[in-house]
Design a protein around this ligand. Sequence first.
Ligand SMILES: NC(=O)c1ccc[n+]([C@@H]2O[C@H](COP(=O)([O-])OP(=O)(O)OC[C@H]3O[C@@H](n4cnc5c(N)ncnc54)[C@H](OP(=O)(O)O)[C@@H]3O)[C@@H](O)[C@H]2O)c1
Length: 201
Amino acid sequence: MKTIIVIGALGKMGQAALTGLSNHKVITAGRSGSVDYIVDITDENSIRTLFEQVGYFDAVVNTVGFCEYASFADMTQAQWMTTVMSKMMGQINLVRIGQEYIADNGSFTLVSGILNIKPIPYAIADATTSGAIDTFVKCVAYEMPRNTRINVVNPTVLAEAWHVYGEMMPGFQPVPSALVGKAFERAVDGFINGEVLYVDA
Ligand SMILES: NC(=O)c1ccc[n+]([C@@H]2O[C@H](COP(=O)([O-])OP(=O)(O)OC[C@H]3O[C@@H](n4cnc5c(N)ncnc54)[C@H](OP(=O)(O)O)[C@@H]3O)[C@@H](O)[C@H]2O)c1
């Protein structure tokens, strides 16, 4: 049994990840609500406080990455930066700071999303930062300390989120949360490193 911090546990992707992690001791974290620890992934001090408060952990599963949606012509620098500071730098900082605290042989699992492979209107910031995270994971895997691993789950839209995003995504086939949970399970319980785990229909 591993001790796993699941960040964004109350969100739709967090709930999907949890379906694959039931064999482990899970510590939940998020920005608000009924979680074990409150953390804001856009704030370095908040991230450091989380890891110091938790103490021992074998794995970090992050499912947070806030994105702004607008056409490229309309998206402002502020909207770009909000997305970059959450979905890209927030996740990179979780790894940059977390590597100081994580147990030997531990693992980080991040989240991106299929829109960098299958673009749709209004999602340029999501797609761009998802692509950045996929690249970050593939490349930083060579620099991870103490036999720690890093992977990213790149899912298509969840069936449980289809009522929110379905209208924006004609021609997409949603996947059940339980299937996405399997990808998080493979990342945490397997030996893979530097991989993008696509979950698409
Ligand atoms: N849902 C899908 O079908 C799907 C598919 C592929 C990829 N993704 C990606 O998965 C990620 C999460 O999406 P989701 O659908 O799970 O969103 P969601 O249901 O809105 O959940 C997001 C969770 O993250 C928390 N959060 C937001 N900003 C935070 C921050 N700065 N620090 C800590 N926690 C924060 C939210 O807390 P609050 O409630 O306090 O705001 C909420 O609990 C996104 O990057 C999305 O692009 C989603």
